[in-house]
Design a protein around this ligand. Sequence first.
Ligand SMILES: Cc1cc2nc3c(=O)[nH]c(=O)nc-3n(C[C@H](O)[C@H](O)[C@H](O)COP(=O)(O)OP(=O)(O)OC[C@H]3O[C@@H](n4cnc5c(N)ncnc54)[C@H](O)[C@@H]3O)c2cc1C
Length: 445
Amino acid sequence: VAQRLAVIGGDAGGMTAAAQARRLDAQLEIVAFEKGDWTSYSACGIPYVVSGAVGAIDDLVARSPQEHRDRSLIDVRTRHEVMGIDLGNRRLEVRDHGHGRTIQVPFDEVLIATGARPVRPDLPGIELDMVHGVQTLSDAAALLQYAEKSACRNVVVIGGGYIGLELAEAFVERRARVTVVEARHHVMGTLDGDMAAPIEDAMRKLGIDVRVDTAVTGFADQIVQTADGPILADLVVLGLGVAPNSALAADAGVDLGVRGAVAVDRRQRTSVEGVWAAGDCTQSFHLVSGQPVHIALGTVANKQGRVAGINIGGGYATFPGVLGTAVTRVCSTEIARTGLNEQEASAAGFEFVVGRIDGTTSASYFPDAQPITVKLLAERRTGRVLGGQIVGGTGAGKRIDVVATAITAGMDVQQVVDLDLGYAPPVSSLWDPVASAARVALAAL
Ligand SMILES: Cc1cc2nc3c(=O)[nH]c(=O)nc-3n(C[C@H](O)[C@H](O)[C@H](O)COP(=O)(O)OP(=O)(O)OC[C@H]3O[C@@H](n4cnc5c(N)ncnc54)[C@H](O)[C@@H]3O)c2cc1C
């Protein structure tokens, strides 16, 4: 068992691992470096601080540096940025921004949990002050400061993924005029195009100017330039996805995998003995395609951190892989997906049928019944569920968990039809919408 564990990155992946390792090994010396001011925070909550639904950035902190010190005896050092990992001498080079000095810190084992960063396309003007990416609480603080300082009447969100859409809605709540620019044919690229129409309708109803098939070509003073002409902007938010922060690992000689994410085995071990990785900087395996993937989600980061921590603490745990299950709510519309979409299923070599239904979240005669659309993909030969997507009103999104469970259990659509799911008029239609979609897929088979 290690004597000193150094953790790089103080959020979900890093601190979950550190706290877990502590539970198993009371003797382990644990030091954690975080370049920002906060630890164990919910980046997922940032859009709701921007909108005003959540009062302050500090409300998003689940465990502060002091709480980690007191409860888990972890030596947390904020405003400490790890600049290099010297694997030959088992030493970190750390920049202590608070004191303006650089220190060398020895370690026996190291966990890399440096997260990801928003993709910044190489376009003219990208370095302008008004262009913001959002990943950490420090990014959120900078965004809020800028939004408060500038009049922030015109906000342009580049990219129609879930982070972009959540922030678009947040700025509508702040009474800004919001434009979402998406280069592809539809928003929410992790869903199939036929599921995106109700999302775009809901956004437009809220007053968001949704421009699909529109490529951004550059930024100038208070202008976003697109192939279709300029758009006024006091503030630009990048929502083009994230790239793993893996340069530190690569420079140290640790192998990278898919999309430049740190390659790990099932126990979160990297290619170098005593070097572990977890969270958004790390790759994982897709449970349906069997391929390595980089899926940056808080759910995955926490689970990988837990697995790494158990193993570092001397226990045994494995991370089985992911389905990319994700759920969000944008403009009162709940959006969810799991497994493979049509494009991903084809790329993985599957032939499939589709079962798609439009239904309601409660009995159709019930006064507040909300629309729900469920789409399932099932393998043509076996009927096995490969993926699912759901779009609808309140109560629609979390139904994706039934689909995720079915995929994980290797169920076919007949078994989903046969599931004994609950029903009462205020909470479901008699045939649960997921089971109804499975019936349509079964008929197509
Ligand atoms: C706006 C937004 C909404 C989201 N919503 C959801 C959601 O609804 N559901 C969901 O599952 N996921 C969501 N996510 C994703 C989720 O927040 C991330 O997957 C999760 O935070 C990843 O945790 P992590 O510890 O791997 O990385 P991060 O949270 O990025 O933490 C990495 C930390 O490492 C620090 N760091 C980096 N390099 C160094 C260095 N060299 N030295 C010291 N410190 C360093 C960074 O400052 C950072 O604090 C959302 C993310 C954002 C930005």
